[in-house]
Design a binder for this molecule. Structure first.
Ligand SMILES: [Fe+2]
Length: 214
């Protein structure tokens, strides 16, 4: 955790749009994982909800126009809020699974998260669907229907945003192969972010998630 963090929106106006998209999807992942983390609390909840709302309204806008200073300021704030949420609430299975892929394939962290997050939302919805209802409401999705249906809707919406900002649909273009899955699963289960995932992971379940994302 940093002793000091400087958030300067102007820096974002000269970042390549692809990097903004990847980092923005990482910020979104920080919000979702912090909100349903086993270590979440009321302070981190409010930061995560405010942040995901900001990402939803401004990420696409900033990717489309890197010189949009309002979008840059809002994404800077969203990133800061999500950072304050997850450095206190910690994260979950998306990050635990993403870290070994990043190390093994040297692929961008945010792009890996963008692929994995919808799968992990559906996986975790078995135990924390109500949290996903809150997140869906914060980005203006319908919360009609039962909580599992709303969690599915959130997963679809996250995948849709990823596609619109140019994220890959699967892990394959990022360099992951079927032969990697056992090793990735071993490392994901040992990652410290897995300890705060709301659903207790089993090796078979995590391997299935990687396979579904392939
Ligand atoms: Fe991250």
């Amino acid at each position: 955790m940093p002793d000091l963090s400087v958030s300067d929106p102007e820096l974002l106006t000269t970042v390549p749009a692809e990097v903004t998209a990847q980092v923005g999807m990482d910020v979104l992942t920080h919000c979702v994982e912090a909100y349903v983390s086993l270590a979440h609390g009321r302070m981190t909840d409010s930061l995560a909800l405010e942040s995901i709302s900001g990402v939803w309204t401004h990420l696409e806008r900033l990717v489309d126009d890197p010189l949009d200073k309002i979008a840059a300021e809002e994404m800077s704030l969203a990133s800061l809020r999500a950072g304050m949420a997850f450095t206190n609430a910690i994260l979950g299975a998306t990050h635990a699974m993403s870290h070994p892929v990043g190390g093994h394939c040297d692929a961008p962290h945010g792009a890996i998260n963008a692929v994995l997050l919808p799968h992990v939302i559906r996986y975790n919805a078995e135990v924390c669907a109500d949290g996903f209802v809150d997140l869906a409401g914060a980005i203006g999705l319908s919360t009609d229907g039962n909580a599992r249906m709303v969690a599915d809707r959130l997963a679809d919406a996250v995948a849709g945003l990823g596609a619109r900002v140019g994220m890959p649909e699967s892990l394959e273009p990022l360099g992951v192969r079927v032969g990697d899955l056992d090793r990735l699963t071993t490392h994901a289960l040992a990652d410290s972010c897995m300890t705060t995932n709301p659903r207790r992971p089993q090796a078979a379940g995590i391997r299935d998630l990687y396979a579904a994302a392939l």
